[in-house]
Write a protein that binds this ligand. Sequence first.
Ligand code: ATP
Ligand code: MG
Length: 137
Amino acid sequence: LERTFSILKPDATERNLTGAINDVIEKAGLRIVAQKRVRMTREQAETFYGVHRERPFFAELVAFMTAAPVVVQVLEGEGAIARYREVMGATNPANAAEGTIRKLFARSVQENSVHGSDAPETAQVEIAQFFAGNEIV
Ligand code: ATP
Ligand code: MG
């Protein structure tokens, strides 16, 4: 079974939506095999979104991701990476399909409630940034 890395972002934790989002995740056939609530440091957020360092929204994105706690997760299932991207919906909630997490809950392209890895290599790196092997069960 494949694993992917997920974040329930500050806009979701602030509105008490972690249970509602986990319900969508589980009903989609993905299993939450690791989960913890953390306050990301500036350094963690900058490393995590390093690929976007040169983008105009980078500073704002780091400020948003560190402004309140997040829930970091490892999700497991068949084709978990693609499956979760499908369940999340488009980055901009205005373009997200009905029933997706971002259509249901996101506030804007930045405050879009969830993150999910985009490829096996990034999933592996992102999981290792937040979880030790023995925390994933
Ligand atoms: P994520 O990587 O969080 O799963 P994604 O892969 O759909 O989302 P990316 O293009 O990787 O989207 O952008 C990473 C995050 O940066 C987005 O989820 C969003 O929070 C923020 N972001 C992306 N584009 C913009 C933008 N134009 N303005 C503000 N924030 C943005
Ligand atoms: Mg991305």
